[in-house]
Design a protein around this ligand. Structure first.
Ligand SMILES: Cc1ncc(COP(=O)(O)O)c(C=O)c1O
Length: 397
């Protein structure tokens, strides 16, 4: 075992092959990394079981054995309000909340509800790849505002972004905390985003799905708590799925304080005939609880240990640089310093180290020399990944 490491529930290595896990069962087909000894570090779910309270809720449904339509969402809505208030200091009115089939679905519905074909949707890139995919598929234009790398981490450059605006933009999607750069945006930065949205009359969608996975020493600030006068243009997106590792339940919260925006979103929901998935609602209600909160506190400590182990090992390899991570379990590693082409460093990671990691360019401009590694896996596997990378790039030592 790793020196100084105290055993944790998250150390259990659970075989996910043959369970329809996209992360493990599609690794060989997508990345050519052999299932026999490959390490899957791409898609953003964790190799951990959710807390006991969630397992019990699903077990209760299975024991009852009836899977009819869901009704009476009061406990579900209350649990969301409780979580946002106690964990994030944000008071939510239950009537602001929509339940979508996850936040990619929520993003698609925001694009549909608040923009027209041909309109521009602004992203600070590199950023979570599904945003651009959804925007393009809906016939809207992706407007990339490149994040600047300063002191080794991402920052926004609003003067440059002002110059990029044409007047055709209607919507801005912010990822807060940021995937893949791991930034927890400061109050000043969030105020800058709010002012930018106002200046260009953009509806602001704040995707805060990673808000519970914040490393010790950092504090996430929900967008509504910014003194930026954005409430009439703000759409909040949060979920239990990243936090509790229940992404297959496909459930997300789209929370809209403004009456007019809410009516437009509600019309889109009704038009698509979207109604809740009872598994997702029951799991989310169980998760947003004191037991769930205690589990998340343990999880974050564990992830922080994985982060330190991974970053230290990767940063010791000449030419590799892991961006300092303030949140998420996704390490954004820059290979530029190796002097290798993208094909060569990717080949070494996939074909020599047998690790599947997300390719940087899928996240938009600025991602070309990066790979994204998901380290939400038992620590022994993180140590194994670090050793494999050290061997694959051993000639640079
Ligand atoms: C910023 C962000 N939004 C949304 C999602 C996915 O949301 P969902 O599974 O609810 O569709 C992810 C997954 O990695 C993400 O990083």
């Amino acid at each position: 075992m790793i020196r100084g490491h105290q055993m944790s529930r998250f150390d259990e290595e659970i075989d996910r092959f043959g369970t329809h896990s996209v992360k493990w069962d599609m690794m060989e087909a997508i990345y050519g990394v052999p299932a026999s000894d490959g390490l899957s570090m791409w898609v953003a779910d964790m190799d951990f079981r959710p807390p006991e309270c969630v397992q019990k809720a699903v077990q209760g449904m299975a024991d009852h054995g009836i899977y009819g339509y869901f009704g009476d969402d009061r406990a579900y809505l209350e649990s969301i309000c409780w979580w946002m208030q106690t964990r994030h200091g944000w008071k939510v009115d239950p009537k602001w909340i929509f339940s979508t089939h996850g936040l990619v679905n929520g993003t698609g519905m925001c694009v549909d509800a608040f923009t027209n074909p041909g309109d521009g949707v602004v992203l600070f890139t590199p950023v979570y790849h599904a945003f651009a995919r959804v925007i393009k598929a809906a016939g809207r234009e992706v407007v990339e505002c490149p994040l600047a790398v300063r002191d080794g981490r991402y920052e926004m450059d609003f003067d440059a972004y002002d110059a990029l605006m044409t007047g055709n933009e209607r919507l801005l999607i912010l990822c807060s905390p940021h995937n893949p750069g791991g930034r927890v945006w400061t109050r000043a930065e969030l105020k800058g985003v709010a002012a930018f949205a106002k200046r260009h009359d953009l509806i602001l969608v704040s995707d805060e799905i990673h808000h519970d996975l914040v490393m010790p020493g950092h504090k996430h600030i929900p967008m509504p708590l910014i003194d930026g006068d954005v409430s009439e243009r703000l759409v909040m997106m949060t979920a239990t799925t990243k936090t509790f590792n229940i992404a297959g339940s496909h459930i997300g919260n789209v929370i809209i304080p403004d009456d007019d925006l809410r009516a437009r979103f509600a019309a889109r929901m009704a038009g698509l005939g979207i109604s809740p998935n009872s598994f997702g609602l029951i799991m989310a209600t169980a998760a947003y609880s004191p037991d769930g909160a205690a589990w998340v506190d343990d999880l974050v400590q564990y992830l922080d240990g994985n982060r330190r182990l991974f970053d230290e090992a990767v940063n010791a390899i000449p030419g590799l640089k892991s961006m300092p991570m303030e949140a998420t379990y996704l390490a954004w590693v820059d290979f530029e310093g190796t002097g290798m082409t993208r094909e060569e460093f990717t080949h070494r990671v996939e074909k020599d180290a047998h690790i599947a990691a997300n390719h940087g360019p899928t996240f938009g401009c600025g991602g070309e020399s990066y790979l994204r590694f998901n380290f939400a896996t038992p620590r022994a596997r993180v140590a194994d990944a670090a050793e494999r990378l050290q061997r694959a790039f051993g000639d640079l030592q």
